[in-house]
Design a protein around this ligand. Structure first.
Ligand code: FE2
Length: 216
């Protein structure tokens, strides 16, 4: 059954350091660029897709290189997540996945189609992408959509706008980021996980941590 996806947007430009975009771009250039194997349980990629290429700046690198982003995640952005959530929202206790950067460079990378395990996700868009440039965030309105083609059939399209944060519950609606159109283009987004009492961090599937970090 189709259920239109909804989200909340805030323009947080005035809360970011003056040179925030440059700082993020410098860190993103050192991302771990490679083929990432499909995520257990949560992937909504077609059966024949074993991995998806992209770049990732791991949480410990974000904490070390972009301390203001780590602080905002646990401070002002947490307060915004609270605005968008009917329950009390808390940041992740485990610093391995609290806030990371996802990076797409050129035309071959995209972000895996998946559903979230955490009840509230915040995305801070760090780059702008004009209409037709690719890099849109796509949410399938149909929770049963099981691959990109199905998601695209009935979807909500969000164009990244630098300095805007969006907050949403992505547990039901499969979502992915389209590839960029220009070889020279770069897309950067900061991803933040929040938890609630009814869906706490302790309920995070152990397969996810084994997949990402090699342990439970
Ligand atoms: Fe997600």
């Amino acid at each position: 059954m189709s259920l239109v996806f909804r989200w909340t947007t805030f323009d947080v430009t005035s809360q970011l350091p003056g040179n925030w975009q440059h700082e993020i771009k410098v860190v993103a250039a050192r991302a771990d660029f490679r083929e990432f194997p499909r995520t257990p349980i949560l992937s909504r990629e077609a059966e024949h897709v074993p991995n998806v290429p992209r770049g990732r700046v791991h949480a410990h690198q974000v904490r070390h290189s972009l301390p203001w982003l780590y602080r905002l995640y646990r401070g002002r952005f947490l307060a915004l997540a609270q605005e968008a959530c009917t329950e009390r929202a808390v940041p992740a206790r485990d610093d391995r996945y609290g806030v990371v950067l996802n990076v797409q460079r050129g035309t071959t990378m995209r972000f895996e189609c998946h559903v979230d395990s955490n009840p509230m996700t915040g995305l801070l868009f760090c780059t702008d992408h004009l209409a037709g440039a690719g890099g849109e965030l796509i949410f399938g309105n149909d929770p049963a959509a099981a691959d990109i083609d199905a998601v695209e059939t009935d979807c909500t399209v969000i164009r990244p706008h630098a300095g805007h944060i969006i907050l949403f519950d992505g547990r039901r609606h499969p979502h992915y980021a389209r590839p960029l159109v220009a070889e020279s283009d770069v897309r950067i987004v900061a991803v933040m996980n929040f938890y609630t009492e009814s869906c706490p961090e302790s309920a995070r599937p152990p397969e996810l941590n084994r997949h990402l970090f090699g342990d439970g």
